[in-house]
Design a protein around this ligand. Structure first.
Ligand code: FAD
Ligand code: SF4
Length: 508
């Protein structure tokens, strides 16, 4: 009997377990562009265009390899609108009940597939270097779940940057050489731009017609949409940006959205690149003397450490993970996140490039937009919806732990040992944003004071009960207690005034 082989929009790899288990002579690959996927949040138009174009190109590639592909386009009249319904329709068409699928990366879709009346065989997604079971085994019995411990296990497991049982360079982590501010450089290389082609043009026209109201600009479209293009971006990164990746990975500069970041996450998450090949390319650059250990180690840690770790957390914690709200934050996401005007230059910069590029690097997400949402007490569900919608690399397995866990402390500190909050001083140290801002980062109070400077203390003060016993926050509370009472009162009053204006929808 024919089997249907389901390939989802983020499973665009010949290495998918379902493809490996299928028989090209008899089985039919099913791929579908459906409303339930393009519409579960208001995705950035670039993200939709990237996914649909990459899907269409991957389907053609499979056909060229000899597969039969039943492909549904978003505007096909017979499109039933959801993955389970498309499977049902194809099952009737090919007179079969058997489906081979690789487990999806989101509980939402996993549960929908498991409820299917068809005979579904779900295979493990072995593109990840740590299986769900291996992560659960690692986590079992541990009092705290720390990425750094997991990362060492993964270094040993993959053999990356290892000399026998010892880390290359004698240390697991070279972050003390990193975290430098960057200076302006007109000649900094930008990631290679893609060309145009008929498939991309057709999808751009479709997205323009159907998703005109979604936040984000579609053109110029700047993602590659096939494996060849993704490999080009990888090669460019290894040659031109990796050497400085470590040193400047936390830096931010006005008008420099990428700096030395790889911009590889959309390709990794969609399946166009494999995490191990990416790490091996970085490791080879180190061994060939093309990139220093602090950059290569830092980069590999992001992939076999953070990326695998957050996926492990997502599946370990279960479907309710993204609904948690440990700090009971309940304010609405301010309109500035959807493009409304703000005077805060750092926020305007991070959100502006998100709108135009569907990209912001980690520190912009964590210490600008995430930091502000946390300090301002925004409902973490709304924050998560935003992060899931606006970035081209956003899928819930990676977005939810980063947002609910790392950025918003909504899971109560499951793996973050303290909330990622800062005043304006950190932003000023790591960027040149404050130089172009009407607020004054050096003013602690008063009309011109940087809003981060007051809402930072407001956050610490209102959550004192929860955080004051945390040894990593002791200095913050000591500094707060050392201030004279009048100054503390002024800060809280000014912060409350600012937050009231923000929550009433005023431009701040
Ligand atoms: P680089 O800085 O070049 O890093 C290299 C690679 O490491 C990335 O491509 C990515 O695959 C991986 N990586 C780095 N940090 C992380 C991390 N914390 N978690 C997982 N992988 C990581 N990443 C996503 O892929 N999708 C998301 O939806 C997403 N949402 C986020 C939301 C918040 C609030 C925060 C703070 C971070 C989020 N991240 C997400 C993690 C990180 O910001 C992006 O992976 C990174 O910015 C992608 O850009 P890059 O490829 O240039 O990364
Ligand atoms: Fe952001 Fe404050 Fe600096 Fe303005 S002064 S850019 S609001 S940190």
């Amino acid at each position: 009997m024919v089997r249907l082989v389901l390939i989802l929009g983020d499973q665009l790899s010949e290495r998918m377990a379902a493809l490996k288990a299928a028989d090209q002579r008899h089985d039919v690959v099913v791929m579908a562009e459906v409303d339930s996927e393009t519409g579960y949040v208001a995705h950035h138009p670039k993200k939709i265009a990237f996914t649909l174009t990459a899907m269409r190109k991957f389907a053609s590639h499979l056909e060229q390899q000899g597969w039969t592909v039943a492909y549904t386009r978003l505007d096909d009249p017979d499109n039933t609108g959801s993955i389970p319904d498309e499977l049902g329709r194809r099952a009737r068409e090919f007179e079969t009940r058997q489906v081979l699928a690789t487990e999806p990366g989101e509980w939402r879709l996993l549960q929908a597939l498991e409820a299917s009346p068809l005979d579904l065989k779900l295979l493990e997604d072995d593109r990840f270097l740590c299986s769900r079971q291996a992560f659960a085994d690692w986590a079992r019995g541990r009092k705290t779940l720390r990425m750094e411990h997991f990362y060492r296990t993964m270094r040993r497991h993959t053999g990356l940057l290892m000399e026998g049982n010892k880390p290359v360079g004698g240390k697991w982590n070279f972050d003390h050489d990193n975290r430098k501010a960057a200076s302006e450089d007109l000649f900094r290389r930008q990631p290679p731009a893609p060309g145009s082609d008929n498939t991309l043009d057709a999808v751009l026209a479709l997205v323009e017609e159907r998703f005109a109201d979604n936040f984000g600009t579609l053109r110029p479209f700047n993602f590659h949409t096939d494996r060849k293009g993704a490999l080009k971006v990888l090669d460019h990164f290894i040659r031109h940006a990796l050497p400085d990746f470590g040193r400047y990975q936390d830096a931010m500069l006005t008008g420099e959205p990428y700096l030395y970041h790889s911009v590889l996450s959309p390709y990794l998450n969609a399946g166009l690149l494999d995490p191990l090949e990416v790490c091996q390319a970085a490791e080879a650059a180190y061994h060939q003397g093309q990139a220093p250990i602090n950059s290569v180690e830092g980069f590999i840690r992001q992939i076999i450490g953070w990326r695998e770790f957050v996926r492990g957390i997502y599946f370990l914690e279960g479907p309710d993970y993204s609904k948690r709200n440990a700090l009971k934050h309940d304010k609405d996401l301010p309109p500035m996140y959807w493009g409304a005007k703000t005077h805060m230059h750092c926020m305007a910069e991070a959100i502006g490039q998100t709108e135009s590029l569907a990209y912001a690097h980690h520190i912009q997400r964590l210490m600008i937009t995430g930091n502000f949402a946390l300090l301002a007490g925004i409902d973490p569900a709304q924050v998560q919806e935003w992060y899931l919608a606006v970035y081209a690399d956003a899928y819930e397995w990676v977005e939810a732990p980063n947002t609910a866990g790392m950025s918003q402390f909504a899971d109560g500190g499951l793996f973050a040992s303290k909330p990622y909050v800062s005043s304006g001083a950190y932003i000023n140290r790591m960027s040149n944003y404050c130089q172009s801002c009407p607020y004054q980062v050096t003013h602690k109070t008063g009309d011109k004071a940087c809003p981060f400077n007051v809402i930072y203390w407001h956050f610490l003060n209102r959550h004192r009960k929860r955080f004051e016993a945390n040894p990593r926050m002791a200095t913050m509370y000591r500094n707060w207690d050392k201030m004279d009472a009048e100054k503390r009162k002024t800060i809280i009053e000014e912060a409350s005034g600012f937050l009231d204006r923000l929550h009433q929808g005023e431009t701040v």
